[in-house]
Write a new protein. Structure first.
Length: 633
């Protein structure tokens, strides 16, 4: 790919791409996404040549431990990389999110005389990206929303790892994208810089996203391997490298680049000029629209409003006073409503389940092709939604959140993993957790999902039990700037739990003592809807003369990061433990040990009313009491 897309890269980077190598984070830069991330060396070469802080030594260290030139591009590792790509199709989907963020920010902040948000998003894609189902989800939505600043260049070489793709990929790609509502420029000679250049100029005139179909030869320049699958992923080898050098007439030593080539590619001076011109534009904007300028600067930087903590405290006080017994999905919506008053950067959405997930609020305005807003109807596109959210978060200016049922987190999983890997603030809302949704049955009862999400590094997962824990879960997810969070809510009503101010602070630590007893003989650990059961069981055990401590653990991830003394204070050493959660049991043995017990579900669910199911699967006071007595025996 780095050989086959070389001329395409020259056309884009030398003639169109607006960036500043000295300041990779300049907010009005164009965004470039290498969706076919296995071709990372092409991107690294472009960054090196144009003057980014990526030395030739780093180029030599390609794919070596701790180098800045990993096997696939990684954001925050290599200067100039906008997103981590590799899982095919996610890069172009991130690009859709970036283009959407640009369009919405421009509509919110630009003035007729001062366009301070005005840049393009470019993406390179290959056959593999377009085979992945996520590309259908994202590109369909991009066309519907008419993201005209999105330009995708397709490396149409007809080769993938298994060989010529016509045996398994015969889509009429131009017609497919036309049906999405894209502007399509077909049959461009991908080895003609001028042809690609002309196509990009044409794309910029369109009022919709553009796909430029570039016919190319994979590995072009290799006399013996070009056009074959052998040049897809394997090294050329010394003999073929020598043949390539001879065919190109390249006489410089390996890793040596002539000074005139460096000079021709160096983009530092041009980048300085571009950013300088924009800074002057922004100064004019500041003079005429000081409040909007300050707000835009704050949001691009990712800082929260100064009034956020005050808003949270006021909302928590009101929540404690109300003591509502409501579903945590409703408690979530109430928190969104309260926090949205001071968070204009909230950009919500749902995968066709807004009325069930409750991710809208009174001031929600639906995003449409001809209407800016703050709530996105993603349609039934869970994976696409999640990766688009990642693109929005990477672009800056918004805190994106999107919702679906918890069982469909599986569809989104790789995008959640990528958000965690990239350490970005994407907020994934999952409602209708476990068997509490009732009659929809085992297809929708996500017994294994919460535990499996907890296995993803750097992903904070919150499963609150009531209105207070839901409010704090939202607060902590919003405040967390270095990683994503999931917010997992119930369909059914859950009772309010009384707490002291110290216990409310304990929620922020992921786990805390909700109900205690002197010289407790057993610790009950629970989350979410099972807190009610733990409290009732504790009352029954207390009546039978067994002192019980109840620990609520809304986020095991956050609890695990606490200091050893705090954790030991909550989960007292030497006291037997029983964990209760309406999900698989294996995860909880890290807290209860082999001598403890877990009340959970290690089978799929059943279709029946929620109350019937909880009893059927042993989530009863009687069963908890009996388990505790067995552990204490």
């Amino acid at each position: 790919m780095p050989m086959g897309m070389a001329e395409i890269a020259v056309a884009l980077w030398a003639k169109h791409y607006r960036h500043n190598p000295a300041n990779p984070q300049w907010s009005n830069r164009d965004r470039f996404v290498l969706s076919n991330g296995h071709g990372s060396m092409l991107h690294y070469a472009l960054l090196h040549l144009t003057g980014y802080d990526l030395s030739m030594d780093e180029i030599k260290n390609f794919r070596q431990l701790h180098s800045k030139t990993a096997g696939h591009p990684e954001v925050h590792i290599t200067p100039g990389i906008e997103t981590t790509t590799g899982p095919l199709g996610q890069g172009v989907t991130n690009a859709v999110g970036m283009a959407l963020a640009e369009k919405l920010l421009a509509a919110e902040f630009n003035k007729p005389d001062l366009a301070v948000v005005d840049h393009y998003t470019y993406a390179f894609v290959g056959d593999g990206c377009l085979m992945e189902g996520i590309s259908h989800e994202a590109c369909s939505l991009a066309g519907t929303l008419r993201l005209s600043k999105l330009i995708v260049l397709y490396d149409d070489n007809g080769i993938s790892i298994d060989g010529h793709v016509e045996g398994w990929f015969k889509d009429d790609t131009p017609k497919r994208f036309e049906s999405y509502g894209w502007n399509v420029i077909p049959a461009v000679d991908g080895h003609s810089v001028e042809a690609v250049n002309a196509a990009i100029h044409q794309a910029k005139l369109a009022d919709k996203p553009t796909l430029i179909c570039c016919k190319t030869v994979i590995g072009k320049g290799s006399p013996n391997l070009a056009g074959t699958d052998k040049v897809h992923g394997a090294a050329l080898g010394d003999k073929e490298i020598a043949a390539v050098r001879e065919a190109l007439g390249w006489t410089s030593a390996p890793f040596e680049i002539p000074a005139d080539i460096y000079s021709a590619w160096d983009a530092k001076e041009q980048g300085k000029q571009l950013e300088g011109d924009w800074n002057k534009l922004f100064q004019s904007y500041q003079s005429k629209y000081p409040e909007q300028a300050a707000e835009l600067a704050r949001r691009i930087k990712g800082d929260l409003p100064a009034t956020f903590d005050q808003t949270v405290q006021a909302y928590l006080a009101a929540t404690v006073e109300k003591k509502e017994n409501i579903a945590t999905r409703k408690a979530s919506q109430n928190a969104i409503q309260a926090y949205a008053q001071v968070l204009p950067e909230f950009l919500g959405g749902s995968a066709d389940l807004t009325g069930s997930n409750l991710t809208n609020w009174k001031e929600s305005v639906a995003v449409r092709a001809d209407q800016a807003g703050n709530h996105i109807n993603y349609g039934v596109r869970e994976f696409g939604m999640s990766a688009i959210m990642n693109g929005i978060a990477l672009h800056g200016g918004y805190i994106p959140f999107g919702a679906t049922f918890l069982t469909f987190s599986d569809y989104s999983r790789n995008a959640l993993r990528m958000a965690a890997l990239m350490k970005i603030r994407s907020l994934f809302v999952f409602t209708h957790d476990s068997i509490g949704l009732g009659e929809d049955g085992p297809t929708h009862q996500s017994v294994e999902h919460v535990s499996s999400l907890r296995l993803i590094p750097n992903l904070d997962n919150w499963r609150p039990c009531d209105t207070v824990e839901s409010a704090i879960a939202w607060e902590q997810a919003v405040k967390r700037a270095d990683g994503p969070s999931t917010l997992i809510f119930s369909r059914q009503n859950l009772p309010y739990q009384e707490r002291t101010p110290a216990q409310i602070d304990g929620v922020r630590r992921g786990g805390y003592i909700l109900k205690d007893a002197k010289d407790a003989k057993v610790i009950l650990i629970a989350t979410g809807s099972e807190i009610e059961l733990a409290v009732k069981a504790a009352d029954e055990l207390t009546a039978q003369g067994i002192a019980v401590r109840v620990v609520s653990m809304p986020s095991t991830d956050v609890f695990d990061r606490q200091d050893a003394a705090y954790k030991a204070g909550v989960l007292q050493h030497g006291v037997p433990r029983v964990a209760i959660e309406a999900g698989v049991t294996a995860f909880w043995y890290k807290y209860v040990g082999l001598e403890g017990a877990v009340i959970g579900i290690d089978t799929f669910g059943e279709s029946a009313p929620a109350g019937v199911l909880f009893k059927h699967f042993g989530f009863t006071v009687e069963n908890v009491v009996n388990k505790v007595k067995l552990v204490l025996a």
